[in-house]
Design a protein around this ligand. Sequence first.
Ligand SMILES: [Zn+2]
Length: 297
Amino acid sequence: MDPWGKIMKEVIDKDTLMKGSESSEFETKDILDKEIDINEGKLPQKELGKVSMIETNTIEEERRLGLERLASGFRMFAHFGFDEGVAGHITYRDPEYPHYFWVNPFGMHFDTICVSDLLLVDRDGKVVQGDRPVNTAAFAIHSRLHEARQDVKAAAHSHSMYGKSFSSLGRLLDPITQDSCAFFNDHVLFDDFTGVVLETDEGDRIAEALGDKRAAILKNHGLLTTGETVDAALWGFLSMDRCCQSQLVAEAVGQVERISDETAEMTKGQVGSEIAFWLSYQPIYDLMLQKDDSFLN
Ligand SMILES: [Zn+2]
């Protein structure tokens, strides 16, 4: 077994990695009936280098953990240069009220976003908690996506340099590296750019194009990734943008040798699983904590 597969097997065999991560174990409600206290449920931060999932025992702990990861994601996007003016949004489905999602406010730089800045938005785009406006495109895309895909707990989109550059080619990523195999047969091309996404019917069409896949290349626009955890959606975005970069660089130089479909599929099983995506984000979370943990405020 290759070293990565061995590590993954050991982690999975511990049977603690995903424990407590399924919000389905908590009771959910359709309509928000109270103000949510986002400071409830704070747990100690993970130890540096530790890769087992933090166990949550209450819905407040589950939410707080998700919000901390979401806020870390904006700092991560800023760290890797995925910000572009007011463009970009990352969402997290509330574990107690699954028809509501948390999102960044319109106009705030990713590098300044804290947990307390995050907005809670309902399925009609109304901000039900928070005092800033929401990006119309964030609502139009993510609300429909979260409604269409109940398994999607988080989704990320921005106009990152390599993602948007590659999107202009109107193609899928090819399995040309071990890393790009993670997206083999697990992403789609949304080939219908009609300007800024302002209407939910375009969100519906993006969700329909995505189907049951992990990610989408929005042609002439950028990338969209999803996850059963915030961490997985975030790692997916970073990895996908880098896969776009590597394919652009390689094809600019010469003939690229594609990995066979069979090997690509096998490799996807090693590096493209939900757990593998979650795991890959943990060192980045550590980096965000070490760099500036003010996102926890
Ligand atoms: Zn966009």
